[in-house]
Design a protein. Structure first.
Length: 116
């Protein structure tokens, strides 16, 4: 990616790598590097990646996306905690500070109502 990242750039970049991000997040959500993700872990990761991309693409629709694609509450914080290292690992140099900031802020804005 060249130049400063934008919300659309972040959404497009994450969309292009959606499957890879969801798989890495599912492994992270297991809480153990030795276990394979359960179906619940994989489903939660896929839902939360979709919510993240919606939050970046259409911020006004983020709360609706969360309500329509809820995951077990225990996953929200864990996903948020793993977001930066997973994106850095998968996106490499494209995961610049601006992209990470927008992505993480977008995610937390989207799920905040579910965590209260």
């Amino acid at each position: 990616m060249t130049g400063p990242s934008t919300m659309i750039d972040a959404a497009a970049l994450l969309s292009a790598r959606r499957a890879e991000i969801a798989a890495a997040m599912a492994r992270y959500l297991t809480g153990s590097g030795n276990e394979e993700p359960t179906r619940e872990d994989s489903d939660a990761a896929a839902r939360l990646v979709d919510i993240l991309i919606t939050a970046l693409r259409e911020p006004g629709m983020a709360a609706t996306a969360v309500a329509g694609r809820q995951a077990a509450e225990r996953y929200y914080s864990r996903f948020g905690d793993g977001l930066s290292p997973i994106l850095k690992d998968i996106l490499g140099a494209d995961a610049d500070a601006a992209l990470l900031s927008r992505t993480i802020d977008g995610y937390w804005r989207a799920v905040r109502t579910q965590l209260q």
